[in-house]
Design a binder for this molecule. Structure first.
Ligand code: NDP
Length: 307
């Protein structure tokens, strides 16, 4: 198709200013503008966070997220709409966020911040704090996120194992298991970190049985998607001391409802789905979009094509 007009949909505002991305793409040989819902039909391609029904009439939709579970693949296919995603860029950001969670738990930093809010000079018990070297983290999902997590944690002396469907080895991982051995793979880890896409296969992959299989002193980290986890089962495990704690960036309902018991738990760290945030986000997205504009011009297959 002929790319004459490329729109940056205003929904990306939740992650970065749309105008920054539009400006960084202004030297493309195509018209680029920030657009709202009404303008979608006049554009050939859209870069977006959210889905809109009107996208079924454009030629190409680029998701600024790696996870594209919010888009209706079948309808895109029926309408010959190309969908590309933003996998490949969130390795260091999410890796550092996860390293931060682990360091907070190990060094008790979350407890210090909570105490500071109350102007309370309270030291941890003598046996609460620990260091990371020698501990094991099992990372479920060994793509861009999983590899970034493995590299960052590896640098902190953590032994990292992985779970993926194929079981093929991945650089940075000491050991790889297949998904059908998930319960065995997570059984001995001090940290279990979820980095899989949300699909029919991974929906509620972490349920009561999985939390049961984990050590009582293990910490659970979810930076993937809320529905990979059966949230009530996680809450039960945390309330029943079947887990030491959890760091959660994503939830079954977002924003996390005010009445969720997770908000009040001392050993739960909550971040509002921003594990991959960086002031460079719009540049990384711009690079992927530019690459695909070049490929389109050269008649080559799109990079990161999903549909
Ligand atoms: P990738 O496509 O690079 O990696 C996905 C990995 O998951 C692959 O290694 C794949 O390996 C593995 N996988 C897929 N299905 C299964 C399964 N059933 N069991 C075990 N492993 C599986 O994606 P990214 O790493 O870029 O992103 C992963 C997800 O993380 C996104 O889909 C998104 O939902 C979420 N995300 C969250 C962010 C946040 O802000 N919190 C930011 C970015 C992403 P194999 O093929 O061998 O199974």
């Amino acid at each position: 198709f002929e790319l004459e007009r490329l729109g940056v949909h205003e929904s990306v505002e939740a992650v970065f200013p749309p105008a920054e991305l539009a400006a960084s793409l202004s030297n493309l040989p195509t018209e680029v503008a920030v657009i709202g819902d009404d303008e979608i039909p006049r554009y050939d391609a859209v870069v977006t966070l959210e889905h809109r029904e009107a996208f079924l009439e454009v030629e190409w939709v680029h998701s600024i997220q790696a996870g594209v579970d919010r888009f209706p693949f079948d309808e895109f296919e029926d309408h010959d709409v190309i969908l590309t995603n933003s996998t490949g860029i969130h390795d260091r950001t999410v890796g550092e966020t996860v390293a931060g969670y682990l360091l907070m738990f190990a060094r008790r930093l979350h407890a210090h911040v909570a105490n500071q809010r109350e102007r309370r000079w309270t030291r941890p018990e003598w046996d609460e704090a620990f260091t990371l070297p020698g501990s094991t983290a099992c990372v479920v999902g060994t793509g861009t996120l999983g590899r970034g997590v493995a590299e960052t944690l590896g640098g902190l002396g953590v032994r990292v194992t992985g779970v993926r469907r194929s079981g093929d080895p991945v650089p940075g991982f000491d050991e790889i298991d297949t998904t059908d051995r998930l319960l065995e793979a997570i059984a001995d880890a001090e940290f279990v970190i979820v980095t899989v896409p949300l699909t029919d296969e991974t929906h509620h992959l972490f349920d009561a049985e999985a939390f049961d299989a984990m050590r009582d002193d293990a910490y659970f980290v979810n930076v993937a998607r809320g529905s990979v986890v059966d949230e009530p089962a996680l809450i039960d495990a945390l309330e029943g001391d079947a887990l030491a704690g959890a760091a959660l960036d994503v939830f079954e309902a977002e924003p996390l409802p005010e009445d969720s018991p997770l908000w009040g738990m001392d050993e739960v760290i909550i971040s509002p789905h921003c594990a991959a945030y960086t002031r460079d986000y719009f540049r990384d997205i711009g690079d992927i979009v530019r690459e695909n504009v070049d490929r389109l011009a050269a008649g080559e297959e799109f990079h990161n094509r999903v549909v």
